[in-house]
Design a protein around this ligand. Structure first.
Ligand SMILES: Cc1cc2nc3c(=O)[nH]c(=O)nc-3n(C[C@H](O)[C@H](O)[C@H](O)COP(=O)(O)OP(=O)(O)OC[C@H]3O[C@@H](n4cnc5c(N)ncnc54)[C@H](O)[C@@H]3O)c2cc1C
Ligand SMILES: NC(=O)c1ccc[n+]([C@@H]2O[C@H](COP(=O)([O-])OP(=O)(O)OC[C@H]3O[C@@H](n4cnc5c(N)ncnc54)[C@H](O)[C@@H]3O)[C@@H](O)[C@H]2O)c1
Length: 452
């Protein structure tokens, strides 16, 4: 026997949780299916715990920087408060009871288990069958994936889901993958005294960002004692019960712990998408600008391939909800997607990189300025003032199509640049703005003056 509802949401990442609540509050009968924890990766294994770690590691770095500038400091790192804050305050010991009750309070029926589409408009969870008259919303997210390195699969390595449960900083750590997860966690542990080596197969860290961002992070990391190996092809991996070894053509690397941060795979296999004639082996689900995969099937979040960020999942949730409710409103637009890598210096970026803009055939003008050369950067002092602002202008239209703000508070400075790219503010208008003195964001004015 099946149970009839209006909508079934499979997966409650940030967007799915939000959408289920909004749909129920709009008066629909909603079932939200979750196989792990309501809220998804972000609050329990990703954004929130890792940013708690980053905050702690920034405090250590700033305390160390006080020496010679504001007195003398002796810093003794201790992971205990970090672990306590993550387990007691942030994740409630990885218990989602409060989130489940919050969702139920909005009228959502939360069903724990693996959801699978067993027919058009039909979802089965551990033998329970739900018929969704309006449709199904997918928000199943991603899982950590390991590259096909010989011997790696069976090793007790860490992924992001283990690292957030760390009870201490290891003596030494190998980080396989120098993308966002890899660089954020590498710096965190290094500041807690761990000897860290990043092993990245691409020629640079943060390969999706501007090359200037990669260069900045590599320089800062090297100065901070983190070993960076780019263009590194790992041929095999092993563990002898005490330490991990990664073999490279020019020798072995060994450490107490291995963190695999080499990308994610979308949770879309074994979802029953064949009932909608959708390819389950795709890297992302194709969605239109209302987040429809096809009639009666919507998808939001990482699985849409539009940017694996919590803010993307939430942004798409609002649009999908309107679509499901048959309401009008702005369609999804991805020309101004912001992203922040929470290293120190922080790397904030929005829209297109210079290369992406050129590849699109735009008539590109670039404007750059270095933060240490700004008044605020100089006042802030070195180390800790490294960074730059880079603007990517569509010179024909006279608007910014991309920007990077790297440096202290780079993610906050990005706010102004994201507004400019999002609203397509004419560069001429940006030039007439008054930029407060002496802020970091005042460097935007210098970057605008450099456009050429
Ligand atoms: C270490 C790390 C740090 C990050 N830091 C940031 C950050 O600072 N800022 C930021 O914006 N983003 C960050 N991200 C990315 C962010 O976590 C994701 O983009 C965000 O969680 C949104 O994902 P989602 O909505 O697609 O779903 P997810 O959060 O992945 O949740 C999907 C949910 O669906 C459930 N599910 C899957 N399949 C099924 C099924 N068949 N049946 C039932 N339930 C199912 C899963 O159990 C999961 O709970 C980080 C990621 C990582 C790994
Ligand atoms: N601050 C944030 O917003 C934030 C933080 C963390 C993660 N995220 C999101 O999560 C997503 C996943 O992050 P991620 O860092 O896991 O993935 P990623 O795809 O960004 O980076 C993975 C890196 O691993 C490298 N790699 C792959 N195979 C390798 C191998 N065999 N040897 C060495 N290196 C290898 C890749 O070249 C790449 O640089 C990101 O795309 C991002 O959107 C966001």
């Amino acid at each position: 026997m099946s149970e009839s509802v209006d909508v079934v949401v499979i997966g409650t990442g940030p967007g799915g949780e939000d959408a289920a609540g909004r749909l129920a509050e709009a008066g629909l009968s909603v079932v939200a299916v979750e196989s792990r924890l309501v809220g998804g990766e972000c609050p329990y294994y990703a954004c929130v715990p890792t940013k708690i770690m980053a905050r702690a590691s920034d405090l250590l770095a700033e305390a160390r920087r006080a020496s010679g500038r504001a007195g003398t400091t002796t810093v003794k790192p201790d992971w205990t408060p970090v672990e306590a804050r993550i387990s007691d305050e942030a994740t409630d010991h990885w218990d989602d009871q409060a989130a489940v009750e919050r969702l139920e309070g909005k009228g959502v029926r939360v069903v724990k288990g693996h959801g699978r589409i067993t027919g058009r408009g039909e979802v089965t969870v551990d033998g329970r069958v739900f018929r969704a008259s309006r449709g199904i919303l997918l928000n199943t997210g991603t899982s950590p994936s390991a590259p096909p390195v010989d011997g790696l699969a069976d090793l007790p390595y860490w992924t992001n889901r283990d690292v957030v449960r760390a009870t201490g900083a290891p003596k030494s750590l190998l980080v396989l993958g120098g993308g966002v997860v890899g660089v954020e966690l590498a710096q965190i542990f290094a500041r807690f005294g761990t000897r860290v080596t990043i092993v990245e197969v691409a020629e640079r860290l943060l390969a999706m960002d501007e090359p200037e961002s990669s260069e900045l992070i590599e320089d800062v990391f090297t100065d901070q004692g983190i070993t960076v190996r780019t263009g590194a092809k790992v041929t095999s991996a092993s563990y002898d019960g005490t330490s991990f070894t990664l073999s490279l053509p020019d020798g072995d690397l060994t450490a107490d712990r291995l963190l695999v941060a080499a990308g994610r795979r979308p949770n879309i296999r074994d979802l029953g998408l064949d009932h909608y004639d959708v390819d389950e082996t795709a890297r992302a689900l194709p969605v239109d600008d209302r987040l429809r995969v096809t009639d009666g099937l919507w998808a939001i979040g990482d699985i849409t391939g539009k940017g694996a960020f919590t803010h993307m999942s939430m942004y798409q949730s609002a649009i999908a909800v309107r679509s499901i409710l048959g309401e009008d409103g702005p369609a999804a637009s991805y020309h101004a997607v912001p992203r922040v890598t929470f290293t120190d210096p922080e790397i904030g970026a929005v829209g297109l990189t210079e290369k992406q803009a050129r590849d699109e055939g735009l008539n590109v003008r670039i404007g750059k300025t270095r933060i240490p050369e700004s008044t605020r950067g100089w006042i802030h002092g070195s180390p800790g003032n490294e960074g730059f602002i880079k603007l990517v202008e569509d010179a024909d239209k006279g608007i910014l199509v991309g920007a990077t703000a790297a440096g202290p508070y780079g993610g906050e400075i990005l706010g102004a640049l994201a507004t400019a790219v999002h609203a397509r503010v004419p560069t001429e208008t940006l030039r007439t703005m008054i930029y407060a003195y002496p802020t970091f964001h005042r460097a935007i004015e210098s970057a605008l003056a450099d456009l050429g």
